[in-house]
Design a protein around this ligand. Structure first.
Ligand code: GDP
Ligand code: CA
Length: 319
């Protein structure tokens, strides 16, 4: 049985995982999820990326939106607003609230996030093993200029409240340096046959997971093919603010620049979209095997073909 480890963010990671699961239904897939986006709201611990993976693979996602629950209502949010209790910029629906209540209750009872996530997944049966990157608190902060002052804001505030409308000057995964990988993370990497970087944000999703001490080293030392799929197509992110995050760390928003940012010490293979076929040579000159294939996740079938291409490239570089 093939053992696959995937480092996933939210929407991009989750959609890719759905294609991967259908491409290789018999494989044992372990997902190491980003928790740098986690935030405390209304006294509750919210883990947006873990939940996006869980809901997407468990059939509870709002498909059009890519995050949050399907068939959602917002009564609790309206009632909180009637009390003047915010923040109003973060849209938590009633169904979603239940997840955060269960999680917060279990954390308060002393369970680590990894065990809480396992308990939540017992309901959703995502068909993968979902592990948070760490049980420790890590929060991605973004340095921005607001009202003439340089300030650090929580990543969610940058993305959801400010809608990435201002430039990011730095991105810091606060707490990452002191964090340790969650139970099972290093073991899964050591036992993997292949490690995949889905088309997740290279800075605030995959980059944050790699910032947990030991994770990058474990991947580099696992001695198995490490294959990534570019989230940048035609020199721009397909969705979101990866361009702003990349600019903050001095990396150009091109498929080739992201590959070189990960580097040949980590990546063995890189898939770029057919639109970016002209960059294949540049990536290969950096010592990373590169192939251009369609990388738009327009359907589960199209995404499954992307997963097949990634595994084919893994087989090729591993041979
Ligand atoms: P987030 O946590 O919800 O932002 O999700 P991820 O970090 O997992 O994924 C976000 C990234 O997915 C963005 O940088 C997008 O450019 C990328 N993305 C979204 N849809 C597609 C797609 O269809 N194809 C490719 N190649 N990338 C995509
Ligand atoms: Ca995210």
């Amino acid at each position: 049985m093939q053992r696959i480890v995937v480092l996933a963010g939210g929407v991009g990671g989750a959609r890719f995982l759905r294609g991967l699961r259908s491409a290789v239904p018999e494989a044992e897939i372990t997902v190491i999820g980003n928790t740098g986006d986690d935030i405390h709201l209304f006294g509750l611990k919210v883990c947006p990326d873990l939940d996006t993976v869980m809901y997407t693979l468990g059939g509870g996602i709002n498909e059009a939106q890519g995050w949050g629950r399907a068939d959602e209502s917002f009564t609790v949010k309206e009632e909180l607003a009637a009390y003047g209790v915010g923040p109003e910029w973060f849209g938590l629906g009633d169904r979603d609230f239940a997840t955060h209540i269960v999680r917060t209750q279990m954390l308060a009872a002393g369970y680590p996030l990894s065990e809480v996530t396992e308990a939540l997944c017992a309901r959703w049966r995502p068909g993968v093993r979902l592990l948070p990157m760490t049980d420790d608190r890590v929060e991605t902060h973004v340095a921005v200029d607001l009202d003439g002052e340089r300030k650090a804001v929580h990543f969610q505030e940058y993305w959801v409240r400010l809608r990435a409308s201002v430039d990011a000057h730095a991105v810091v995964p606060v707490g990452a340096e002191q964090a340790t990988p969650a139970p099972g993370v290093l073991d899964a990497i050591a036992a993997a046959d292949v490690v995949l970087f889905p088309p997740s944000n290279p800075v605030v999703s995959v980059g944050t997971i790699l910032a947990v001490p030991g994770v990058r080293e474990a991947i580099a030392e696992a001695g198995v093919p490490v294959i990534g799929l570019s989230p940048i197509v035609g020199d721009a992110p397909v969705h979101g603010m990866a361009d702003k995050m990349l600019a903050a760390i001095g990396v150009r928003s091109t498929a080739a620049a992201v590959a070189q940012h990960y580097g040949s010490g980590l990546l063995d293979g890189w898939l770029v979209d057919t639109t970016d076929a002209a960059t294949v040579r540049e990536v290969e000159e950096a010592g990373i095997r590169c192939v251009a294939v369609p990388l738009m996740m327009t359907s589960e079938e199209a995404t499954a073909r992307m997963a097949d291409e990634a595994l084919a490239l893994a087989a090729e570089v591993g041979a």
